[in-house]
Design a protein around this ligand. Structure first.
Ligand code: CAA
Length: 261
């Protein structure tokens, strides 16, 4: 494994556990965090022994309290544009990770922290989690998906409320709104997220990847095209060796053994 300055990466069986590790800065996301996450996710993606990843924040106070304000405070505006600041989160991290991964949110997920959690395939939250898009209070607006992924996740009324007031949403409201898939007690967060990840990592890998791709396509296309693509993807999966094994195993009342082809 590579060694990093701002994150920790461990392989636990078929699950890669990635921990944001700047607890003194509440795991604020600076350029080093981005570069290291891109590298860690690329290694996870390339490693055939790994089937799912979990991203969590170190400490019990925060998943991540946002983009690093200290890195941005004196940066000239023209540089944000010329560097296409924040682009890598979507273009390199989200778009290059075809394998499933889960965000395990302990404590604050604010600004870029909420946006990073929303980049995951789903979010498992501790009962102490707090989500928010407080950028408006800094005289800016979300830049990593807070107006786009949040609106798709929870709808216009709630997304407007969150972005315009900058208020926090607790775990119960986040689950009610569809932002998180489950809430677990804070002291069980890592265990529950790992359990879900192990379940996913034990699935036939091509099917896992395609299920993820198909759900994401729902956000990008019309219903008719989406349904057509869904059928085509289903038909492609029927041509895999794992499909024959999966259906035979069902008929023979035994667990399937997957080859990933
Ligand atoms: N960037 C840099 N440092 C941060 C940070 C951030 N986003 N959030 C917290 N920290 C640092 C604090 O500066 C502090 O460091 P020092 O001890 O060196 O002063 C340390 O983390 C602990 O934070 P607090 O003392 O503030 O802790 P608290 O318990 O009093 O408050 C909090 C916790 C409510 C989360 C508060 O830290 C806070 O409001 N943080 C900023 C939240 C925010 O505005 N996030 C949006 C950032 S902009 C963005 O993300 C843009 C985008 O769309 C991508």
């Amino acid at each position: 494994q590579a060694s990093y300055e701002t994150i920790l990466v461990e392989q636990k069986g078929a699950v890669t556990l990635i921990t944001l590790n700047r607890p003194k800065a509440l795991n604020a996301l600076n350029s080093t965090v981005l570069a290291e996450l891109i590298d860690a996710f690329a290694r996870f993606e390339a490693d055939k022994s790994q089937g799912c990843a979990v991203l969590i924040g170190s400490g019990d106070k925060a998943f991540a309290a946002g983009a690093d304000i200290k890195e941005m405070v004196e940066k000239p505006g023209a540089d944000f544009y010329s560097e296409d600041f924040f682009a890598g989160w979507t273009t390199q991290l989200v778009k290059s990770t075809r394998k499933p991964w889960i965000a395990a949110v302990n404590g604050f997920a604010l600004g870029g922290g909420c946006e990073l959690a929303m980049m995951a395939d789903f979010i498992i939250a501790s009962d102490t989690a707090k989500f928010g898009q407080p950028e408006i209070k800094l005289a800016v607006a979300p830049g990593m998906g807070g107006t786009q992924r949040l609106t798709r996740a929870i709808g216009k009324a709630k997304a407007m409320d969150m972005c315009l007031t900058g208020r926090n949403m607790d775990a119960a409201e986040a689950e009610r709104s569809g932002l998180v898939s489950r809430i677990v007690p804070a002291d069980k967060l890592l265990e529950e997220a790992m359990k879900a990840a192990e379940q996913i990592a034990a699935m036939p890998p091509l099917a896992a990847m395609m299920n993820k791709e198909m759900v994401n396509i729902a956000f990008e296309t019309t219903l008719d095209t989406g349904l057509l693509m869904e059928r085509r993807m289903f038909q492609i999966l029927t041509a895999t060796e794992d499909k024959t094994e999966g259906m035979t195993a069902f008929v023979e009342k035994r667990p399937g053994v997957w080859k990933g082809r």
